[in-house]
Design a protein around this ligand. Sequence first.
Ligand code: A3P
Length: 349
Amino acid sequence: MTSYDYIPNDDFHIPYKTIEEANSHMIEKTPEKHDALIATLPLQPVFERPFGIGPLHRLYKGVWIPEEIIRGTLELQQCFKSRPTDIFLASFPKSGTTWLKAMIFFTLTRTNYSLDQHPLSTHNPHQCVPYMEEEFATGRSKIIEVISSPRVMNTHLPYALLPDSIKESGCRIVYVWRDPKDVLVSRWYFAQKILGGADKMVTFDRFYEFFYQGQNSFGPIWNHVLGYWEERKRRPEEILFLKYEHILQEPVKSAKQLAHFMGCPFSETEENQGVVEQIVELCSIKKLKDFDVNKDSDLSTSKFNVHISNAYYFRKGETGDWKSHMTREMAERLDTLIEEKFKGSGLQI
Ligand code: A3P
């Protein structure tokens, strides 16, 4: 690998939640210095609701950013200092972030834990790998600074909006994407849960239209995927492009690819001992969903005032659920749009 080879770190095994608790004195007031710029950005709900207003977003450089993280996004862009050893998981929401957080975390820390006492059995994957926009939006940037290397973090920002420091440090980015039709279905259910039920949510057909117009958090999705894809062509050693459907089809192969990319390939002994299969098994939706921490609907990972139960991150975990929600015409229309956007890039749904 070019930038570094993975060196296991004694501190690194501590899930992020523990680091955060130990350093809670470092939490600062949400930064307000970007508010003058923010006030100039268009503000509107990204979809309608039968009662009440839909989730408010700001349109920043052509991207819909949720209002609650816009300050954090600007702060992150301007102040974050990346290290060459950092690993970023980047994704469009509902593309497999939770799964990849678990896989990356387990793979990097595999020598630190025994299987029967693994932190993933007591922590939601989002408590092990911090979500950068939220951390910065809730004044936790200094806590991110004290995490020992190699740090692993996640972002939903499109490539164009990443801080320059991430683009220039030589750190690694794992990008996961998924058939946009399944992303759309997954988002619809997730939004329903957060908003308190189907009756508080727009119909699927209307939600589809908003998605089709590119109106959803971090959207449009086609720009998101293309941004990382094009950059990956330039820097294949620093950006890994994974597809949800392929991981589901060949999880062992994908886990090996991931480990190799992160600079910690599995040894022959590990492979013979079945370590890769153990990682795949523990990170499977069936297994993660069954841990009490992910079953308890009262537990929330969110640092905002909204209750996002740990259970919300695990639904079906399959491919093709769109077939139960879209007509053939709807599917073809969305596919055609995405194909047009991807034209000439070499990417296919
Ligand atoms: P579905 O709603 O289609 O089931 P994200 O983590 O980016 O928010 O994506 C959530 C989607 O990933 C949901 O998809 C969820 O069920 C699925 N998912 C969560 N954990 C998974 C796992 N371990 N394996 C496969 N899919 C998983």
